[in-house]
Design a protein around this ligand. Structure first.
Ligand code: ADP
Length: 480
């Protein structure tokens, strides 16, 4: 591709130069020729229109020795007439037959009767110019008592032809130099035009084969520079998209594996307990009640997992409708606090609530925000040993409201903190399961908060405790 573009460039530039030279040459050659022609005829007319010369020629024609007389006069004027006895000559011809009588040289083969001579034979001056002919001539008739004659001046155009020959040589030389320059220019153009294009092609081939490392460096701001930049951007975007795709494919696989695993555990328990019950009709009622209880609990767990999964998949599909209203965030926090007090008491936790500032009303989906708060508090209760301290604080700042739940519970190892919002992620599966967790609570909470254009942040230290904070814009998501 580079090669053919290069060849095209060379051909275009060469054609341009040749065309330019041909046009210029044609104009020059034509210009020189017509200048010469004009100069000849105008010069002759001026000379022969001169009264003095005309009078003396007429006087010579009247004399007995007319031919000698006229010849003398013409000789005396060879400078004005441009006679050089080479390319330009004068002749005196017989006025009736056009026969050669005398002249500045002796014409080999006589004088051909040209159109101008024929005109002069009729008594009129022959000044007609013929650009196509290879000579220029004028024939002036002279009649007197000494006879009738024709003064004939002829130029064989040798001067103009040799001039045009020189000119043609110069033009050809210029053309040759132009062609050499055109090759050099094409090389230069190829360097600035074709090379970056070739680099781009290589990079595109690399990208096509899945290698995104190959970036093209072209700092220029011309069209190719912009194209290169756009290409690099495109390759970058493509790489990111591909990475995202790979990641989400990986996440999808993990998610499916997790869901299957999470559902298989309760199903297995339900199946084995039911089979035991069926196999042993004589089981004592206390044991039977215990087994049935396990079955009910496991079914509840399954139904909760399915419910949570449904909620998450609706978030993903964007098909969940939020009901945004203006409500008191303060009241929601208080309601959640009241609702969880009994649970906290059951675990003998010291459970407090404190507002740090006056609280504005906010725009949001009240039910879902309370679901988030509930999840934060219930996690604090679940993951803190009995008799712990759980403290809720809330406040307002810079157009946002926030609520923190701090506990002095088991905490989360540093490497796990960033994963707690991932689906099914649980630091201690057994403990989460025991307390009825699914590992989906914080994922759902995070989705809800993001839909409100808010943030959910968790900070924790193993063995020391955890603080989780939700921040929401007062104006709701639309005004962010
Ligand atoms: P789960 O249903 O298991 O509680 P969540 O999504 O609510 O699921 O939480 C994910 C995991 O984060 C939990 O399993 C737990 O390991 C950890 N976690 C959440 N909150 C706390 C907390 N306050 N203290 C310690 N660990 C927590």
């Amino acid at each position: 591709m580079g090669r053919s573009l290069y060849t095209k460039l060379v051909l275009i530039i060469m054609t341009l130069i040749v065309a330019f030279m041909v046009v210029v040459g044609a104009f020059l050659l034509h210009g020189v020729r017509s200048f010469y022609l004009n100069q000849f005829y105008e010069g002759m007319q001026t000379v022969f229109a001169n009264e003095e010369l005309a009078d003396s020629l007429r006087a010579a024609a009247d004399s007995d020795q007319a031919v000698e007389g006229i010849s003398e006069i013409l000789k005396a004027n060879i400078g004005r007439l441009g006679i050089d006895s080479g390319s330009r000559n004068y002749y005196i011809l017989d006025g009736k037959t056009g026969e050669y009588l005398t002249g500045s040289n002796n014409p080999e083969g006589g004088i051909v009767n040209t159109a101008n001579i024929l005109t002069a034979m009729t008594g009129a001056s022959g000044y007609k110019s013929d650009a196509a002919a290879d000579f220029m001539d004028v024939a002036i008739p002279l009649s007197g008592e000494g006879g009738s004659y024709i003064v004939y001046i002829i130029d064989n155009k040798a001067t103009v032809q040799s001039l045009n020959g020189d000119l043609s040589r110069i033009i050809l030389q210029a053309m040759a130099i132009g062609l050499i320059i055109s090759v050099l220019m094409s090389l230069l153009l190829a360097k600035t035009l074709v090379t970056p294009l070739q680099e781009l092609t290589h990079a595109a081939e690399s990208v096509a084969s899945g290698d995104f490392e190959h970036k093209v460096d072209n700092p220029s701001r011309d069209e190719i520079g912009v194209l290169t930049q756009t290409f690099n951007d495109m390759a970058g975007t493509l790489e990111d998209t591909l990475d995202d795709l790979k990641k989400s494919e990986q996440m999808r696989k993990e998610f499916v594996a997790n869901v299957s695993h999470e559902l298989r555990t309760p199903i297995t328990s339900v199946k084995s307990y039911s089979e035991t019950l069926l196999d042993d009709p004589a089981m004592d009622p206390e044991m039977r009640a215990k087994f049935l209880n396990v079955i009910v609990n496991e079914s509840d767990r399954m139904s909760k997992i399915v419910q949570d999964l449904l909620t998450l998949s609706r978030f993903d599909a964007g098909s969940i409708e939020f009901e945004f209203t203006t409500f008191s965030f303060e009241k929601s926090v208080k309601d959640v606090y009241s609702a969880m007090r009994l649970e906290a008491q059951n675990h003998e936790h010291e459970f407090t609530l404190e507002f740090m500032s006056a609280m504005p009303e906010i725009v949001g989906d009240r039910g879902r925000i309370e679901q988030v708060l509930m999840n934060m508090v219930s996690n604090a209760i679940k993951y803190t040993k009995n008799g712990g301290r759980i403290k809720i604080t809330a406040g307002a700042k810079n157009g946002t409201v926030w609520c923190s739940v701090r506990d002095n519970g088991i905490g989360i190892p540093r490497q796990d903190v960033e994963h707690v919002f991932d689906r099914f992620y649980r630091v201690d599966k057994a403990r989460s399961r025991e307390s009825g967790g699914t590992g989906l609570g914080l994922s759902i909470a995070n989705e809800i908060v993001l839909r409100h254009n808010g943030t959910l942040k968790l900070d924790s230290k193993t063995g020391r405790g955890t603080v989780i904070t939700v921040t929401l814009p007062v104006e709701g998501p639309e005004h962010e």
